[in-house]
Design a protein around this ligand. Structure first.
Ligand code: SF4
Length: 326
């Protein structure tokens, strides 16, 4: 079996909150609470869930923008969670991110040429000035823009074009993995599908692994190979696109999918409306974290936390009902 590009083993990220008064216990936000998954070369795994479920924090721990509280982050077979900034440097080029708002991640005073050249120079990836120029032309055309775009500044482009430049910037270091954090959420519907198609094409042509963080399940269904559904810092269900969209087993997954608009006006979906708000991640509910909103909750759910159990090859869910084969 080939080594996965990325592996997360029981990753936790707890942030301390407030100041601790004498005699008081320190309180923590349980942003990520024991998340494990892997991504292979050429694969897209989508992390989905309502805002505040911890999916973006997972992305930040992989990029080492924040340190993990415990657990392992393994990139290309090497643990990176404990590395110093210096030790991390060789791996920085392997993982890149595409943000939701490309405008804030592109320096408005720089020409696109300089924005793209910066990471190439930082990682010493150009052998000569001619090589650098060839790489810049290759990057900008790969994302569907013309060579002239190199000499313009970010404000001269539309939102979709700016996102293409953001993708070109992410590709500049020849990464193995790109994290797309709500990368198409701010775009118009037609532009959204163009960018999603671009990401799919690049992935196919370059063998990239993609971690697609999104709350937009319609886009996820179109793009992804596998899906992990998160709630309050934990994975509730993980499986292939077919398993999650065709035969979801966890009540939370079913509720999320029931809210996705159906293109066919004749088709009807039984909408499952979740009551109440997501509980505070400072003190997640005892037992199943979803029990305060689950329409199927029963006594055991309030006491005992279900573990992520295998239902079929590649498909797992954390629910007492699926454990019982229901
Ligand atoms: Fe609902 Fe209970 Fe399953 Fe949790 S364990 S999802 S509360 S039925």
């Amino acid at each position: 079996m080939s080594i996965p590009i990325l592996e997360l083993n029981d990753v936790r990220k707890h942030y301390p909150v407030g100041s601790r008064l004498p005699g008081q216990e320190r309180r923590y936000v349980h942003a990520v609470d024991g998340v494990s998954f892997s991504i292979a070369r050429g694969e897209t795994l989508s992390l989905v869930g309502e805002s505040g479920c911890g999916k973006s924090t997972v992305g930040r721990t992989i990029l080492r923008l924040t340190d993990v509280t415990s657990g392992q982050v393994v990139l290309n077979g090497m643990r990176i969670d404990g590395l110093s900034p210096r030790g991390l440097r060789p791996y920085r080029s392997s993982v890149q991110i595409v943000f939701q708002d490309p405008f804030s991640s592109l320096n408005p005073r720089m020409r696109v040429r300089d924005i793209l050249a910066e990471p190439i120079r930082n990682f010493g990836l150009a052998a000569s000035a001619a090589d650098l120029e060839a790489q810049l032309v290759d990057l900008i055309t790969k994302v569907g823009l013309r060579e002239e775009a190199l000499d313009r500044r970010p404000h001269e482009f539309s939102g979709g074009q700016r996102q293409r430049i953001g993708i070109a910037k992410a590709l500049a270091t020849r990464p193995d993995l790109i994290i797309c954090d709500e990368a198409v959420s701010a775009l118009d519907v037609s532009v959204k599908s163009q960018i999603v198609n671009l990401l799919s094409d690049l992935q196919r042509d370059m063998g990239l692994a993609l971690l697609f963080i999104s709350h937009d399940l319609a886009i996820v269904e179109y793009l992804t190979h596998r899906v992990a559904v998160m709630y309050l810092g934990k994975i509730m269900e993980i499986g292939s696109r077919k398993q999650i969209f065709g035969a979801p087993r966890h009540p939370y997954t079913k509720a999320l999918l029931s809210a996705v608009p159906v293109p066919d006006p004749e088709a009807r979906r039984n909408r499952i409306v979740l009551e109440g708000d997501i509980p505070s991640p400072i003190s997640p509910p005892r037992g199943c974290r979803f029990h305060t909103r689950c329409p199927l909750a029963f006594a055991r759910c309030r006491e005992e936390e279900p573990t992520l159990a295998v239902l079929a090859e590649g498909h797992s869910a954390a629910c007492h009902l699926t454990e019982a084969g229901i």
